[in-house]
Design a protein around this ligand. Structure first.
Ligand code: 13P
Length: 350
């Protein structure tokens, strides 16, 4: 029964051209984003902001699941409804980030290892009781002189596989996120080589740990040139490099691949996802979806600025970015869709 439920949840997360909304920034990350906009960095402001997201009308038309942070899954709307219940009532599957962060890795200068396996079995049971049906763990792989090392890739892949096995035991779908970072001067070609190596290692470890691939969602980076690389490839070139890499390294049993945005401009992330679906959709064994944080939230956060008066306008922007990405899944996104936001009267949510 558990296996069927896992498969059904995994399929539902990538069904109907929808995708995931990552709203699981840790407190330090959320605070950093607030600080840049002069928003007070308090638990209550984080709650108010997450309530803005959760109560956005019509969000479930484009969003299948939302990833919460430990603090957030314990918070409630003003009327006392827990966020996980509010999401489920709106038709959005609640999920939870369960790693405890990427820490400096011993013996590997400049590299990180993600922690959080200790006590994970018990935490997963608690999260499932709170309504979570899937979970996320992010490994971080940087590119630079002499890095990543095989030791860093293997340790992170091993942790991802142990986390994924525990999730499935608890009836939660693991969203397996090995992120090769965009920061750096490296070329697209090097990002492709590293991403392919990382994905092969991750799937080898998932296999060794007995993880059922039909009940897994992969959350990878797109194959991109480094953010400060002088050569920046076109949208179509990024689409081709990304899909080629995935076809060589991701088993067909996986129901869906949901990209992270990784700091790309929101419009660019949508355009690249769109190009992948336009050029390859009919030839792919898995759905190509999204699990964006910044590429969905950033415009809304900038509009909100911590002000109650801006909530409706911020919700319009949030819903709009979600709709753009749903269009990108269908291969129907165009830059023209972005004008909609300027044309739409403030507060005119349907
Ligand atoms: P971004 O889309 O902002 O990269 O965030 C996705 C995420 O969940 C990072 O763990």
């Amino acid at each position: 029964m558990k296996l069927h439920r896992l498969i059904d949840t995994a399929k539902a997360l990538v069904a109907d051209d929808k995708g995931l909304l990552a709203m699981d920034e840790s407190n330090p990350t959320c605070n950093q984003r607030f600080a840049k906009l002069g928003i007070p960095q308090t638990e209550e402001m984080r709650r108010v902001y997450r309530a803005l997201i959760v109560t956005t009308p019509g969000l479930s038309e484009s969003i299948s699941g939302a990833i919460l942070y430990d603090e957030t899954i314990r918070q409630r709307l003003k009327d006392g409804t827990p966020f996980a219940t509010a999401l489920a009532d709106a038709g959005i599957i609640p999920g939870i980030k369960v790693d405890t962060g990427a820490k400096t890795m011993g013996g590997h200068p400049g590299e990180k290892i993600t922690e959080g396996l200790d006590g994970l079995r018990e935490r997963l049971v608690e999260y499932a009781e709170m309504g979570a049906r899937f979970a996320k763990w992010r490994a971080v792989i940087g590119i630079g002189a002499g890095i990543p090392t095989p030791g860093c890739i293997e340790a992170n892949a091993h942790a991802l596989a142990r986390y994924a096995a525990l999730c499935q035991e608890a009836g939660l779908v693991p969203v397996v996120e090995p992120e090769v970072l965009m920061i750096g001067e490296h070329t697209l070609e090097r990002c492709g080589e590293i991403t392919e190596e990382v994905l092969h290692t991750v799937f080898h470890q998932l296999h060794k740990q007995g993880v059922m691939l039909e009940g897994v969602i992969l959350k990878p980076n797109m194959v991109l040139p480094g953010s400060t690389c002088p050569q920046q490839e076109t949208v179509d070139e990024v689409a081709d490099a990304t899909v080629g890499c995935l076809l060589r390294s991701v088993p067909a049993a996986i129901p869906g691949i949901a990209f992270l945005s990784g700091g790309q401009a929101a419009e660019l992330a949508s355009a690249r996802l769109n190009a992948m679906n336009v050029r390859f959709e009919s030839r792919l064994p898995w759905a190509l979806a999204f699990s964006f944080a910044r590429a969905i939230q950033q415009p809304a956060l900038e509009i909100w600025q911590g002000q109650e008066a801006n909530v409706l306008e911020a919700q319009v922007a949030l819903r709009h970015r979600a709709e753009c990405n749903r269009a990108a899944r269908r291969g129907e996104y165009s830059a023209g869709m972005e004008d909609y936001l300027h044309a739409k009267p403030v507060g005119a949510l349907g």
